[in-house]
Design a protein around this ligand. Sequence first.
Ligand code: GDP
Length: 536
Amino acid sequence: MSTELHTEISQAVVQRRNFAIISHPDAGKTTLTEKLLLYGGAIHEAGSVKARRAQKKATSDWMEMEQQRGISITSTVLQFVYQGFHINLLDTPGHQDFSEDTYRTLTAADNAVMLIDVAKGLEPQTKKLFEVCKMRGIPIFTFVNKLDRPGREPLNLLDEIEQELGLQTYAANWPIGMGDRFKGIYDRHQEKIHLFERSAHGSREASDTIIDIGDIRLEELLLDKDLYYELKNDIELLDGVGEEMDLAAIHNGQMTPVFFGSAMTNFGVELFLKYFLDYALKPGSYSSTEGDIPPTYPEFSGFVFKLQANMDPKHRDRVAFIRVCTGKFEKDMTVVHARTGRNIRLSRPQKLFAQERVSINNAYPGDVIGLNNPGMFAIGDTIYTGKKLEYEGIPYFSPELFASLRNPNPSKFKQFQKGVSELREEGAVQIMYSLDEAKRDPILASVGQLQLEVVQFRLQNEYGVETILEVLPYSIARWVDGGWEALEKVGRIFNTTTVKDIEERPVLLFRNEWNCQQLGTDHPGLKLSSIAPVVI
Ligand code: GDP
C-alpha cells in the first residue's frame, strides 16, 4: 500500500469515534441525541430528530408496516463532526421496535453511552444491553439524566451500578442539588463549577456560568448554604474514598466514568461530549480467522451486522449494514464475499444520515455503510479485499418471546419452508425446534414482539403463505455450556423445556426468572448462558 493511503487511513482512524446509546425507553435517548447533534451542527433545531420522524411517517414508502404502525423499524447511523472528530452514533432501536437488531448494533460499536434516568436508576433494557457491552469489553460512559427533576441520591446510583453491573464507577462530575434545587455540576477534573440557570420556562437552553471551586462567590451564588456544605462534604468524600480515575480500566470496560446533567435543558451535555471524546476508544481491532486485525490493516474489510428488508412490494430491496473494520472503502470497489467466495462490486453504497440515505464514495474504519443487498448477505458475513479473512460472526442473543408457527395449508409446504429458512438467515428471527418428533412446527424465538409480526407479514407478502402463530408460555432461553453431554450428566431437570436451536444445540426455555434461578441452585455445575456464539 502506498504511504499516502496508509497515512490517510491512520488519520481517519485517529479522528473517528463511534458509539451507541444503551438505555431504557424514556430515559431521554432521543433528547440527548438531538442535543449532541446540535453541537455537531448536523441539525440546527432541537426537535428536528422527532420532526423528521413525523415527516417521514407521512411520506416514506420504506416500509408499509412501519407506516401502518407509525413506528420506526429502522436503526440508522448519525454522523456528525465536532472539534475535528468524525462521530458515528449508531442508533439502537428501543420501545416497541426493540429487537435482536438492537443487540447486534452493539457489535459494531467501539464505545457505549449508558443513559440513566436519575429517578429510576438501572432499568431492565439497559441491563440487557449492558450484558452485550460487557461481553465485548467496550468502554461504557454513564450519563445520569434529568437532574432538573427530583431523583435518587447520586451515591446510591453509583452503588447500584457497582453492585448490579459489577462496574467500578468514577464520578467525573458531581451534581449540586437536583430537581427544584438543582444548581449545577462540579467538574472534578477541571475543579470548576458549572452553574445551572433555569431559563424562563425551562424549555430553552440553560445557560452555563463557570467558576472555580475556590471562588469566594460560590456560597452566595448557590443561594443555599446547605447545598454549599453538602457539596464540600461530597467532594471530600469522593476524593477520600471514591475510585481514582483509571483510563485503562475505562478502556477495557471495568470502570465507567459517570456524568450528570439534563439533556432536555442541554445542561452538562457539551461537557460530557468533550470528556467522551478525550476518553473514548478510536476504532479498534476485530478478531478474525487470521487473528486480531487492526483498523490500519491495508486492505478493506468489514462485516454485516444488520439486514433490513423493505416490505413494500414495489421496492423489494434490502440493505445490508456493514461496519467497516479496516482499510478504505471506495465506491465501485470489488470485494470478496467470504462465505461464498464470490466477487461482488459495491456499486451503490449509502451512508445513512438520520433517516435519509445519501450516496457515499469513501468510508473508513468505524464507519457504517449501507449496501443494497442482492440477497447474498447474511448477518455476520465478512467482505474483504486481499488475503482471505473472516470475522468472528455475530452471536445469537437471548430471545424472550416464543411462538410456534404453523402453516395450515399443505400445498404451501415448500414456500413455508423456504420463507422460514430465508428469514432466519437474514436474522429476522431465531428458529428452534421441539425435541418431540411429532411437533414439527418451527418455534420462532425473538427479542421483541415486532419481530414475530414482521415474520408473519413477510411470509404472507413475499412467500404467499398465511400462517398461524401460537404464543408459548416461556420468557427466558439459556444455552447450555458443554451442550448435550453436560445436560445428560445432570439427569432430570424440572420446570424447563428443552428445545434445540438451528445448530442442534440444546436450549432450555423457562417460564420465568424464578424457574431459571431455581435450576441454577439445583444444579450449580450446569453452566448456562444467555448469548450463544455462532458456529463458523
Ligand atoms: P427516549 O425514549 O429515551 O428516546 O426518551 P425521550 O428523549 O423521548 O424522552 C422521554 C421524556 O423525557 C420526554 O418527555 C422528554 O422531554 C423527557 N426528558 C428527556 N430528558 C430530560 C431531562 O433532562 N429533564 C426532564 N425533566 N425531562 C427530560
